[in-house]
Design a protein around this ligand. Structure first.
Ligand code: MLT
Length: 206
């Protein structure tokens, strides 16, 4: 089904009052990829999983890039607003509480979630971001007070510069969010152990 132009999956909550996980895949993934990850992180939560609308050599992404790690800023800004509209339209269609949406993103999906936090600070209640980096430097510091954010990063990640993950964490803290930055002894791929740690963090926060 398509909503606001996004192919997506929606899995209703199995537990009354549970949050909704906005699950965002990496480059080349789709709306089915991270459903299992979402279930592991917060069993019983609703899951909203859109497919990125940009194609890079046939691979879905959430925004265009000019080269690896070099983002098309105009496209990023536009796609971030489209995602914001999709969340609002989905809340109206599927009847979930728009004030209790938690992003779970991996790589390109984590980067658009970071962009959403910076550009639309009221949209997300929190985020679990695997392999995220600063997507853009905001002109002014947003107000992210009351938001809990976990950044789970790989010490040997060849695609995500460590300095840009650290800069994202600093900026989110300056914005008033409660940020946990955890570094793991790995590269771009996810470890079972960090998924377990992210699940414990999510259970405590949401
Ligand atoms: C991005 O383009 O968002 C990052 O480089 C991560 C990736 O998708 O490879």
């Amino acid at each position: 089904m398509s909503l606001s132009g996004f192919a997506h999956r929606f899995v209703p909550a199995e537990e009354p009052g549970a949050p909704t996980l906005l699950v965002l895949h990496g480059t080349g993934g789709d709306e089915n990829d991270l459903l299992a990850l979402g279930r592991m992180l917060r069993p019983g939560a609703a899951i909203l999983s859109p497919r990125g609308r940009v194609l890079e050599q046939g691979m879905p992404r959430f925004f265009r890039r000019l080269a690896e790690g070099v983002f098309d800023q105009e496209d990023l800004a536009r796609r971030t607003m489209e995602l914001d509209e999709f969340i609002a339209a989905s809340a109206a269609t599927y009847h979930f509480d728009p004030s209790r949406v938690l992003a779970v993103g991996y790589s390109n999906g984590a980067n658009i979630a970071a962009s959403l936090l910076l550009a639309r600070p009221r949209t997300l209640a929190g985020a679990v971001l695997f392999r995220a980096m600063l997507p853009f430097e905001p002109a002014s510091t947003p107000d992210l007070s009351g938001r809990a954010i976990l950044l789970s990063a790989g010490k040997q990640d060849p695609l995500i510069p460590q300095a840009l993950t650290a800069r994202l964490a600093d900026l989110l803290r300056e914005a008033g969010a409660e940020v946990t930055l955890s570094w793991h002894d790995t590269g771009h791929g996810l470890l079972q152990s960090e998924i377990g740690a992210a699940g414990r963090w999510t259970a405590e926060q949401f």
